[in-house]
Design a protein around this ligand. Sequence first.
Ligand SMILES: [Zn+2]
Length: 175
Amino acid sequence: MTNAYKALKGRTILLLLEEWRCHAPPPPYYTFPLSLTPHPFMGLGKFIAGRIHQMRAQKSYLTAHPSWSEVNKPKYCPRCGEEEETFSYVILCCQSTSYYRECLLQGLSDVGPDSPLCTSKDLLLALAAFIRATATNYPPDMFPSLPPSPASMVFPSSPTSHPLGLFSSSPTQAI
Ligand SMILES: [Zn+2]
């Protein structure tokens, strides 16, 4: 690849992102940067990637992300009732899932645009295990009894489980 081609490609990407920002900007509450490259969480299984995508976009089953038909529904966390059930609250704060957080997410303190989730495969795997263990952002009537899986099945660091088993396909492929 020549330097001229690389420069042209870089300039094209910048122009595409600028067009995107001008003509189809994301809503003000969406603070993640625009990118033409899929986020690494898209390398997780489709279901778990879907949970994360919905929560980042604030179009999820969390009560702080109501649909147009449910704008007047309570926004407090249905598990603890303490605060609004936002993406960062369910992942980082809710006391009802503190056991799984302490086991799985000790290295995670941010899920926003500056989160290390963009660069750490281990943290992404841990987040996937946490979401599975706590059924976070699962459709409400899908798993009425929580948690749905024994801990031995969801801990990526467990000697009996294989961390890459969390990926639905191509386990040797980098994310
Ligand atoms: Zn809660």
